[in-house]
Design a protein around this ligand. Structure first.
Ligand code: PEP
Ligand code: MG
Length: 596
């Protein structure tokens, strides 16, 4: 008798390989998300439609910025090499979105066409991409990449304008493994990581922007798994292993069991990181460390609350001034600060007054500071230098901060200080504003003006710290700028990035000096540059004398974990070795524990 075959034989297990791009195990049904075409019906407008069209543009730009900021802030929780690669791309997109040139071009096309906003964006980004390609020079690959980036940004704005989906990720069943032929970095920006079990593509390499972006999402991902899409139908069950790059379609019960065990172990590790939010940041030898959050945009507030941060160590107030045609008045600023201070529920908030100039363009302030007059913006009028030139602007902000300080503990911080006279002058203005407010009726004010401190982000400020400490109530070391100005290397320029490294012993020495001087003067010192968010650097910074860190909220748990495992004696030995090292590379080896 012939053996009977089961009615629905289980398909045989099939294995594929790709580039392991983001670690972790994903188990679930595969669903492909094909990229929809982008349609632009290049319509002409009537003159009456122009204001509404400009408003649509502003809204789409705001949505685009919001998406990019969200993605950027996820980066802080990543290994530092991923951050180092992708953060400049995000910054560059954001810079382009705030760039007067691109926006002026688009607005002019809307007004002069008059053209629909999507057509104006497409034409302008295409024209700029063509201009990049027409530039002389041999670096064709570099020009192609930059032209692609401009087009990519244009597509983002157009999709936001026309509400055409980036891809229909939202329609995919929760828990699916998202499959695609290829993904762009901007697609990755729209993936909600908690909705998917993993990501697989048939094309793409391990080193591209998309790969780094997917790591940023924290979802298991395998890219460039050739042939994988041909093997799947919608709903095909699969396992992806983001550590080995293996994809198993129709897994056998044994393969499934192994994958489930690995997944459970990973989930336990993640939970223990989340539990850290409630534990104190204290070293194994009992030294308490304050971990605070940097805040760039108010929508990050809920994330800060979850992170276990004790206050805001750096509120970059630039957000209130950017992307708007007019300046925020005293009442509006007071309301915004008060909301943030109240949300922090008694934890201190350090508000940095407007750090404007250099690469931080503020459209509404362009008339005060025409860029053409500043041949080298990073070395010209910036931060406190500019504010002191425009006292009305400075006084409005100080008045708003003083008024808001009735809602909770606040500190005021000055950016880009390099001279004692800047702090002295700023304090005179602060006291003048304070006295003026005291004379106003019906204002609730605290008993004294908030403490006034400074960012130490120029070598001059670090070297003059003992004298500055006589005039400043606290220091916050800004390693982003301190690195740039110490090494004379612009992190935004591709040639400079190789030189730009906060682990260079010269920069570490300035951090050490500042921490020591602050201690001797009896004032608080924190570190709020990106270096504070690197878990690997935490023992070094402790050893250099830093006890207060401020960083993106989502970096806090990992930094805390490292601090809880550290002892001060070991950190100090590490710092001593790093200060004697000859290069950032040597410091990295010391931090990794493989110094000779
Ligand atoms: C810094 O320079 O380190 C800093 C925190 O300021 P920003 O990055 O806003 O310039
Ligand atoms: Mg700075």
């Amino acid at each position: 008798m012939k053996p009977t075959r089961p009615a629905n034989p289980r398909p045989a297990e099939r294995r594929f390989h790709g580039h392991p791009v983001a670690p972790g195990i994903g188990i679930g049904p595969v669903h492909e998300a094909a990229e929809p075409d982008l349609f632009i019906t290049a319509k002409k407008l009537g003159a009456d439609d122009i204001p509404a069209e400009l408003a649509r543009l502003e809204e789409a730009l705001e949505r685009s910025r919001h998406q990019l900021h969200k993605l950027k802030h996820r980066l802080a929780a990543l290994p530092e090499n991923s951050q180092a690669e992708i953060a400049p791309l995000m910054d560059m997109y954001l810079h382009m979105l705030g760039s007067a040139r691109l926006l002026r071009g688009v607005r002019a096309r809307i007004q002069e066409g008059p053209l629909a906003a999507e057509a104006a964006v497409q034409d302008e980004t295409e024209a700029q991409a063509a201009a990049i390609m027409a530039q002389p020079g041999t670096d064709k690959a570099g020009r192609l990449r930059r032209a692609d980036e401009v087009r990519e940004l244009g597509r983002r704005v157009v999709r936001n304008l026309t509400r055409q989906p980036f891809r229909s990720f939202a329609g995919l069943a929760p828990g699916s493994i998202l499959a695609a032929r290829a993904l762009r970095p901007s697609d990755a920006a729209l993936i909600q990581p908690d909705r998917f079990a993993g990501i697989v593509t048939a094309e793409g390499g391990a080193d591209g922007h998309t790969a780094v972006m997917l790591r940023a999402l924290g979802l298991p991902a395998v890219l460039g798994a050739e042939g994988v899409l041909a093997g799947t139908a919608p709903g095909t069950f699969a396992i992806i292993d983001g550590d080995s790059g293996e994809i198993i379609l129709h897994p056998s019960p044994a393969s499934l069991e192994t994958a489930r065990r690995k997944l459970a172990a990973q989930t336990r590790a993640k939970r223990s990181l989340a539990r850290l939010a409630r534990l104190p940041a204290v070293t194994r030898c009992g030294t308490a460390v304050a971990l605070q959050a940097n805040l760039e945009l108010p929508f990050e507030l809920p994330m800060i609350a979850e992170s276990g941060a004790h206050g805001i160590g750096l509120l970059r107030s630039e957000f209130m001034f950017m992307n708007r045609e007019t300046l925020p008045d005293e009442d509006l600023q007071t309301r915004i600060y008060s909301t943030i201070i109240e949300a922090m529920d008694g934890d201190p908030v350090t508000i940095r007054v407007l750090d404007w100039g250099s690469d931080k363009e503020v459209e509404a302030l362009a008339r005060y500071q025409p860029r053409e007059l500043e041949p080298n913006p990073a070395l010209g009028l910036r931060g406190i230098r500019l504010l002191l030139r425009h006292p009305a602007l400075f006084e409005t902000q100080l008045a708003a901060i003083i008024r808001a300080s009735a809602a909770g503990p606040v500190r005021i911080m000055l950016p880009m200080v390099s001279l004692v006279s800047e702090v002295v002058e700023a304090r005179v203005i602060l006291l003048r504003v304070w006295r003026r407010l005291k004379r106003r009726k019906n204002l609730v004010l605290p008993p004294a003006p908030p403490p006034l401190g400074i960012m130490v982000e120029t070598p001059a400020a670090a070297l003059a710290a003992p004298v500055l400490a006589r005039h400043a109530d606290f220091f916050a070391i800004g390693t982003n700028d301190l690195t740039m100005y110490t090494l004379a290397a612009d992190r935004a320029s591709p040639a400079g990035t190789r030189l730009y490294d906060p682990l260079e012993p010269a920069v570490l020495r300035l951090i050490h000096l500042t921490a020591n001087f602050a201690k001797a003067a009896g004032i608080q010192v924190s570190l709020c540059g990106e270096l504070a968010a690197r878990p690997q650097a935490a023992p070094l910074l402790l050893g250099l004398g830093i006890r207060q860190f401020s960083m993106h909220g989502n970096a806090i748990p990992r930094v805390k974990q490292v601090i809880r495992g550290a002892t001060l004696a070991a950190c100090e030995a590490l710092a001593e070795a790093a200060l004697q090292a000859e290069s950032a590379e040597a410091v990295r080896r010391i931090l990794a524990g493989d110094a000779d």
